[in-house]
Design a protein. Structure first.
Length: 59
């Protein structure tokens, strides 16, 4: 299974609302106070990321 790491919490929430699969949550290597959200990299995730970037909500 391929994975995609997401660093922004608001983007993670939107991706989950869009039906993407959150696989795990891990600590950020550079800043231990932050976390990284790991999603299954599939067609649904890629379409959801495209949709989010088109609406420019997370830039």
């Amino acid at each position: 299974m391929r994975k995609k790491r997401i660093f922004k919490k608001t983007l993670m929430i939107e991706l989950m609302k869009m039906g993407c699969n959150l696989v795990e949550v891990e600590k950020n290597n550079r800043n231990r106070d932050l976390v990284v959200y790991v999603f299954e990299k599939n067609e649904r995730l890629l379409r959801a990321l495209d949709e989010c970037s088109v609406t420019k909500v997370f830039r």
